[in-house]
Design a protein around this ligand. Structure first.
Ligand SMILES: Cc1cc2nc3c(=O)[nH]c(=O)nc-3n(C[C@H](O)[C@H](O)[C@H](O)COP(=O)(O)O)c2cc1C
Length: 380
């Protein structure tokens, strides 16, 4: 295993040099001035943990029970569309890591692999994530397809009524329809290895849609995936209908308001996924971590909560768990790891986070992640 990567920033730096700017910025970027994305990380960094001593912590367990299953680690892989843009084979590498480490992998409806292929690769570790686009009919088709394929967990993402303005993407020309003008051509020419490997693997497409236009990274045909189309039709009625139809576990992702959390809980969702989409949607949104304890308070101690947005190391995983999350997800870090070093990078990232969580537990006098509590956080 490579020892070149000692923290997330090592992966990010390497990915920045290996990826065309268009792709790196698509992953790294966020909405507007990117204030929300920065604040997610900064707020987590500023939270202080209180070390405890004289507890025998020679043996520590990172196993975590969530939604009726025991997981190998308390963190997993957030849903992300078009992961193979980070590096050819990323979806496959993520599935491999999910199985090897027994962690959940959220398969985005906008993924580069089909939902059936991901399920085949990651089996019970794969969860299906749904966006509701302009056609409700098509959303129901995807729900049925996921159910028929055998998915046991569905995540309904509700914080993208419309894709936000991401300034870097606009400047770089990352938009629908995707075109290679002189600017993008120069960018690709400066990153021949990414281009070669991507072309050899086949230009990434949104495989859950009938995207038959090979020149487009995002489908523009009427039956393809249209990134810019409205996703604003998803509402309380849809949630209730989905709850009635989906027989597996149902998670609602992208929740920040305690009032919404209570209503989603009442609607019968099995879990809530607290997130501000990594700052990619509302630049003025609060850091997701500041909403976490408020939502925990609103839904009570036993209701399952997931968390993401801004997690960049094991200490932050521990902080989120102590603040009320039952499980923690990471987005961009997995794409940086793959962009930097492919499958080995993804494996190294999981190893790094595992070590960091374990070391943090030891410092806090905990033998298990199940022992983490709010009083381990220093309030100031
Ligand atoms: C490149 C990229 C694509 C994403 N695509 C999706 C998606 O298809 N569905 C979704 O629910 N969230 C998507 N997200 C948001 C992530 O699931 C997650 O909420 C976010 O990345 C967490 O913040 P972090 O990157 O700081 O860990 C995407 C994020 C990134 C970076």
């Amino acid at each position: 295993m490579s020892t070149r990567f000692h923290c997330l920033e090592d992966f990010r730096t390497e990915a920045r040099s290996r990826l065309p700017r268009l792709m790196f910025d698509f992953i790294d970027g966020a909405a507007g001035s990117e204030y929300a994305a920065c604040k997610n990380i900064e707020t987590l960094d500023r939270i202080r943990l209180l070390p405890r001593v004289l507890v025998n912590v020679a043996e520590r367990s990172l196993k975590k029970t969530f939604l009726g299953k025991e997981w190998g680690l308390p963190f997993g892989i957030a849903p992300m569309g078009m992961c193979d843009l980070a590096w050819a084979g990323t979806d496959k590498a993520l599935a491999k890591a999910a199985v090897q480490h027994n962690i959940p992998l959220c398969h985005s409806i906008a993924a580069s692999s089909s939902l059936e292929v991901t399920l085949d690769r990651a089996r019970v570790n794969a969860w299906f994530q749904l966006y509701v686009g302009a056609s409700l009919e098509r959303a129901w088709e995807h729900v049925k397809r996921a159910q028929d394929a055998g998915y046991e967990v569905l995540i309904l993402t509700v914080d993208v009524p419309q894709v936000a303005q991401r300034i870097r993407d606009l400047r770089n020309g990352f938009k629908v329809p995707f075109r290679t003008g002189p600017r993008q051509f120069l960018d690709f020419a400066q990153h021949p290895r990414w281009v070669l490997e991507t072309l050899m693997a086949g230009v990434p497409r949104t495989a859950n849609f009938d995207d038959t236009n090979p020149a487009a990274l995002y489908g523009t045909a009427s039956n393809g995936f249209i990134r810019e189309e409205t996703r604003g039709k998803v509402d309380w009625t849809f949630l209730q209908q989905l709850r009635d139809r989906w027989t597996g576990k149902l998670i609602v992702k992208g929740v920040l308001a305690p009032q919404d959390a209570s209503r989603i809980q009442e609607a019968g969702a099995d879990a809530i996924y607290v997130s501000n989409h990594g700052g990619r949607q509302l630049d003025s949104a609060p850091p997701a971590v500041t909403q976490l304890p408020l939502i925990r308070e609103a839904v009570g101690t036993d209701y399952p909560l997931l968390f993401d947005s801004g997690i960049r190391n094991g200490e932050s995983v521990v902080k989120a768990l102590a603040l009320g999350a039952d499980f923690v997800m990471l987005g961009r870090p997995f794409l940086f790891a793959s962009g930097a070093y492919g499958e080995r990078g993804v494996m190294r990232l999981v190893e790094l986070l595992t070590d960091e969580v374990s070391l943090t537990l030891a410092q806090l006098g905990c033998k298990s992640v199940e022992e983490l509590e709010r009083n381990m956080i220093i309030e100031n």
